[in-house]
Design a protein around this ligand. Sequence first.
Ligand SMILES: Cc1cc2nc3c(=O)[nH]c(=O)nc-3n(C[C@H](O)[C@H](O)[C@H](O)COP(=O)(O)OP(=O)(O)OC[C@H]3O[C@@H](n4cnc5c(N)ncnc54)[C@H](O)[C@@H]3O)c2cc1C
Length: 460
Amino acid sequence: MGKLLKGGLALGGVALAAGGLKWALSSEPRYAPWEKPRFRDFEHRVLILGGGFAGYNVAKNICNLTRNREDVGVMVISRDNYLTFWPMVPGIVSSDVGVKNIAQPLRRTLIYDGASFRRATVEDVDFERQIVTADGHEFPYDHLVFALGAQPSFFGIPGVEEHAMPMKGITDAVKIRNRVIERFEEAVLAGGEVPESKLTFVVIGAGATGVETAAQLHVLIHEVLGPEYPNVNPNRFRIYLLDALPNILPELDPGLRRVAHGQLAAREIEVMTNALAQEVTENCVKLKDGREIATENVIWTAGARPNSLLEKLGLPLNEKTRGVKVDEYFRVEGFTNVWAIGDNATIPTGENGFVPPNAQAAVKEGAHLARNILAEIDGKAIKPFKYKSQGQLIDLGSHFAVNDAFGVKFSGRMASLFWRGAYLVRLESPQGRVRQAFDWALEYFARPTVAQIRDYQAAE
Ligand SMILES: Cc1cc2nc3c(=O)[nH]c(=O)nc-3n(C[C@H](O)[C@H](O)[C@H](O)COP(=O)(O)OP(=O)(O)OC[C@H]3O[C@@H](n4cnc5c(N)ncnc54)[C@H](O)[C@@H]3O)c2cc1C
């Protein structure tokens, strides 16, 4: 009887947990397919260009704020049909993070919120006719939001564009992982007779992305792949992290910076500061001071600039940053109904500075702009944006992170757990959140599995 009762209780618990999970993962779209009005038929049409952190958050917040009204239509046009969760992208390199967990489905989320979505590349804007052209199709607007993000900037350094792998997207992270696997395979086939340059990885740029990428390369080589290639000595792989500045992670607290530097050094990642890359060739990085590093694997994380399409469209740009000039309400200079936020905008802070181009700022800007656009539609006063940083979290892999969260500075294993929790709850896709949590739990028992899918995009 006791056993029966226990069994029943256990079964009941499992059923309850399964029901809870199903409830958490399911949601209903705002409109049934036959009920949804066409975007062009709404009285106020808000057209958002770019479905990244900034663009998605404008759309989501306008939809939430207009649940009980039918006069505001929202459409997002974006090149990809997913929202990249950038803070976890370096984790793809070591397979600590799964691609499908952080490429969050944009179409489903937006349609469920009540917005429209078009996967298309923006080509042109006719500001007089208030028409955007994307993939040859025309889209009208009453309010237009630029949220087209940034792109790598190579500062005209010879050879970078041809020979370096940029780290600006999910496919880039997969390419870098595949390159490491390729080098292991080449080494094993050649019985170890491969030149050092093939096994040397140079990451240029020691900001957050560069540091995290170098750390994840180390995890991939030593913790994930090393044990699977008994004939290749993983210590033959070298990782260099270069920066032209005197410090790595220049935006981080100096104490945490030292901890991070110490961790990288303990893993024998060679950190070179005051090291300005002057040229990249097929098999070498040449520094300004004359030093040369023999390498056939260069990763570029040193520079980003606002989307170059903005220049083509003739928008007013900040001379230094090349981002769209906006006021503290996000209104583009010279326009009344055109707005810009996120990495493609240069937003004044009111203290002679600019809001930094990062994900936490983009999310807040999106929510604020949604309220300003609705206030403008309703003839109410719009409010200036005030930015306050919440800090910075840097994951160094191997269960180690350095965090500055709301002024509290901490590092180590607890910091790594905090990093995971903080970003897990911010993933938009509930499925992605659950899968990634399971993957991390599984990691405590077994190393992640890695496969080299060579033509990644074709394989998708
Ligand atoms: C590897 C990496 C890691 C990062 N990690 C962090 C982090 O840990 N914390 C943090 O705060 N910030 C991080 N950042 C910075 C952060 O990702 C950006 O600041 C943030 O994404 C800016 O949001 P956004 O919407 O302006 O741009 P994005 O998120 O880049 O979105 C731009 C959107 O525009 C679309 N687009 C571009 N051109 C066109 C076009 N012509 N037509 C249609 N669509 C177009 C793109 O497809 C994309 O969907 C990281 C960046 C990188 C590259």
